[in-house]
Ligand binder design. Structure first.
Ligand code: BEZ
Length: 222
C-alpha cells in the first residue's frame, strides 16, 4: 500500500491510510506491516500526562487481552514526542500500576493526525481529539468514533462494536440496538417479492419475524 501525505478526513469504507512512524515499540513502524492480518483499533488522545487520557490508556491496557482474543491490536497516538510517551508510560506504571502493552505513535509533526483527520480545529487547533478508527484485516476503515477533549471514551462500546462488525462479516447479518455477543442478530431484509414470500415463510419457525423487513435470528458467535 502506498503512503499518502496531506490533510484528509477518512470515512467509513475508505482504505486506511498507510504510514511509517516512530512508536514506543519501534523506531520506524510501517503501519500496514505491523497490522498484519489483525483488526486494529487506532486511537488518538489529546496529550500525555493528562488525567482523562491516563484513565483511557490504562483501561485499554487492562483490556488488551480481550482485544487480542478477538484478533484485534491496539495502537495509540498523540502529537507528543517519543520522549514524552516513554516518560508517561513509565509514570503510568508507577502511578496506576499498569503496563501500557501496546505501541503509542509519537506524531510530533502531526503527519498521521493529518492523514486521519484527528485534529478538529473547532475543538483544538493543536492537539488530536479522542478519535477511534476500527480497521479490518483488509485495511478498510469500518467504524469511526470521535469524542471531545473533556469526555473519556467507553472501552466497552469500542469492544462491542468490534465484535458486532466481526459478527456481521462472519455470519452475513447485522446487529440490532445495544447488541451483545450471544444475542439475536438481524437478518438482512429481502430485496424482491419472491424473497419477501420466502422470509414470511420463516414466521413462527426458525426466525423471529416481526414483519417482512424486520427479522431476528439466534446466532452463536465465536
Ligand atoms: C485530559 O486527558 O484530562 C485532557 C486532555 C486535554 C484536554 C483536556 C483534558
Amino acid at each position: 500500500m502506498t503512503e499518502t501525505v496531506g490533510t484528509t478526513m477518512p470515512r467509513i469504507g475508505d482504505a486506511a491510510p498507510d504510514f511509517t512512524a516512530v512508536t514506543t515499540h519501534s523506531q520506524a513502524m510501517k503501519f500496514s506491516e505491523w497490522q498484519g492480518d489483525s483488526w486494529v483499533i487506532l486511537f488518538s488522545h489529546p496529550a500525555d500526562f493528562t488525567p482523562v487520557c491516563s484513565t483511557e490508556l490504562a483501561e485499554f491496557a487492562r483490556r488488551a487481552d480481550e482485544f487480542a482474543a478477538i484478533n484485534t491490536k491496539l495502537i495509540g497516538l498523540s502529537v507528543d514526542s517519543i520522549h514524552s510517551h516513554l516518560a508517561w508510560v513509565e509514570n503510568l506504571k508507577q502511578t496506576l500500576g499498569v503496563e501500557i502493552n501496546y505501541p503509542i505513535i509519537a506524531d510530533l509533526d502531526t503527519k498521521v493526525a493529518q492523514l486521519y483527520g484527528m485534529i478538529h480545529p473547532g475543538e483544538s487547533a493543536t492537539v488530536t481529539v479522542r478519535a477511534v478508527f476500527i480497521i479490518d484485516p483488509k485495511r478498510t476503515i469500518r467504524a469511526i468514533i470521535y469524542y471531545p477533549l473533556n469526555a473519556g471514551r467507553n472501552i466497552d462500546e469500542i469492544y462491542r462494536i468490534t465484535r458486532a462488525l466481526q459478527a456481521a462479516d462472519a455470519y452475513a447479518c447485522a446487529t440490532p440496538v445495544n447488541w451483545r455477543p450471544g444475542e439475536k442478530v438481524v437478518v438482512p431484509p429481502p430485496k424482491t417479492v419472491e424473497e419477501v414470500a420466502e422470509r414470511l415463510s420463516h414466521k413462527g419457525k426458525d426466525y423471529d419475524v416481526k414483519d417482512f423487513y424486520l427479522s431476528l435470528r439466534e446466532q452463536k458467535v465465536a
